[in-house]
Design a binder for this molecule. Sequence first.
Ligand SMILES: [Zn+2]
Length: 102
Amino acid sequence: MTHTPYRRCAACGTRRPQGELLRLFRASDGAVALTVGRRTGRGVYCCPHEACRSKTLGKSLYAKKLGAAKVVDEKLLRGQMQNLAAELEQRNGAVRHGENHR
Ligand SMILES: [Zn+2]
C-alpha cells in the first residue's frame, strides 16, 4: 500500500481517506458526475453518511466548487450517491461511524 491521500468532506469537514469518500467532479461535458477513489482534477468530497450527502446537495456546494456548467438532475444525483454510499460502506466494511456525530 502506498500512502493514502486524505480529503475533507465538504459538508462536515471531517478528513478521511479518499477511498472512503464520495467524489463529485465535473465531467468533460460540464455535468456533475460521481465516483469514488482517486482521479485527477477538481472534485468535491463528501462522507457516505446521509446527513453529509444531503448537506452537500442541499447547499449546492458541489456546483459552486466545481463551477459546473450544467444544472444537475438532483434527484438522480441523490439516488446515485445513495447507491454509491451503500457500496462504499460494504467495500470498506470498517467505515468509521459516529466520528463526527453529536
Ligand atoms: Zn461529512
